[in-house]
Design a protein around this ligand. Structure first.
Ligand code: SAH
Ligand code: SF4
Length: 343
């Protein structure tokens, strides 16, 4: 039994209550946005008390410890059982669209050199409830969950509970999120990519590339020795062939490190000649966010140079965009999340 929703079903069946009680509860949580079992007056008192005894009164098990806000961005630091902290970022766009960047692990064991989360090491995987409660918290507070990306703390495909969390997020009785509105970002964890292709073909997949050169990629991202670039590309080709969906290639622009014309040519070289589906690769160039935790020599490439890089890719027929950045002023940008340390 992985999630609290499984446990609710179990309690209902142990008490020999009718099955429709489950739908009454999920309706209360997801339609009426009721955050406490105590307020579910539609349920018999006996059942309500049993739910409270087993699961606690509050439906959401993580609590906000600190919130930061700027115009379009909110960052919430949540306390999770065991005394650790994780961070979730909310981005608001025009016309009520709200996008959430959630964490899958507390810390991360992959140690990418440019990422603040990577300097912490892996504290632990988040449970299904801890992953989905980051969104439940916002839902219960009246927010619209328009889209969700696993680009907060941690490597989602290194957490075996991720797939159960995806089931909860896409379950029609629960969050009912469209698969097309969910994005998984990965450094290339091969078994996880193959499983995603199989089990969740419609979920968006982003691969963090950051260098087309093996040796350099291994320096920036030690995981490259475990899951070599060429193998990951084959897994991504397979994903595209099997799903007919785009695959996004994330590329952080680090001044003087991976932003040369030779890098752009090599990125194009990597993505061309992959067969009839190759136009489904799209490169997202991401300005590096300084973190204070990563080496001081890592700086953001300037706009002109980012544009030059983009133009080289475009001239080679590669789809490319520059990803808009929000939130770096409150430490909520990609790679800046450091919540486990509680600062
Ligand atoms: N572990 C996954 C998902 C979390 S990181 C992954 O690495 O893909 C989400 C994105 O933020 C990744 O593309 C990652 O490369 C990027 N990122 C990490 N540190 C960054 C930084 N300092 N500035 C900008 N992007 C960063
Ligand atoms: Fe982990 Fe992703 Fe950060 Fe690398 S970039 S250390 S995989 S969270």
């Amino acid at each position: 039994m992985k999630s609290k929703y499984d446990k609710i079903q179990q309690i209902i069946s142990n008490m020999k209550q009718p099955d429709y009680r489950y739908l009454q509860i999920t309706n209360a949580i997801f339609r009426v946005r009721t955050g406490e079992f105590k307020s579910m007056s539609i349920l018999p008192v006996k059942l309500r008390n049993a739910l409270i005894d087993e699961l606690g009164n509050s439906i959401c098990c993580i609590s906000p410890a600190l919130q930061k806000k700027s115009d379009q961005v909110g960052k919430v630091l949540f306390s999770i059982p065991g005394g650790e902290r994780i961070e979730t970022v909310r981005l608001s766009y025009k016309r009520g669209w709200e996008s959430f960047c959630i964490s899958s692990q507390c810390g991360c064991g992959f140690g990418c050199r440019f990422c603040a989360t990577g300097t912490i090491g892996l504290k632990r995987n988040l449970t299904v409830d801890e992953i989905t409660d980051q969104l439940l918290y916002f839902h219960l507070n009246g927010h619209t969950l328009s889209s969700v990306s696993f680009m907060g703390m941690g490597e989602p495909l290194a957490n075996p509970d991720l797939f159960d969390a995806l089931k909860v997020l896409t379950d029609n009785n629960l969050f009912a999120l469209s698969r097309r509105r969910i994005t998984i970002s990965t450094i290339g964890a091969l078994p996880g990519i193959y499983r995603l292709t199989q089990d969740f073909p419609k979920i968006n997949l982003t691969f963090s590339l950051h260098s087309p050169f093996n040796e350099q990629r291994s320096k920036l991202m030690p995981v490259n020795d475990l899951f070599p670039l060429q193998e990951v590309m084959k897994a991504l080709d397979n994903h595209i062939r099997r799903t007919g969906r785009k695959v996004y290639i994330a590329y952080i622009m680090l001044q003087g490190i991976n932003d040369s014309a030779a890098h752009a040519e090599a990125v194009a070289g990597l993505l061309r000649g992959r067969g009839e589906w190759e136009h489904l690769y799209q490169v997202d160039l991401i300005p590096f966010n300084p973190t204070g935790k990563t080496p001081p020599g890592y700086r953001q490439t300037d706009r002109t140079k980012i544009n030059r890089f983009k133009n080289i890719l475009r001239s080679k027929g590669i789809n490319v965009t520059i990803r808009m950045q929000f939130g770096s002023e409150i430490g909520a940008g990609c790679g800046q999340l450091y919540g486990c340390q509680g600062d």
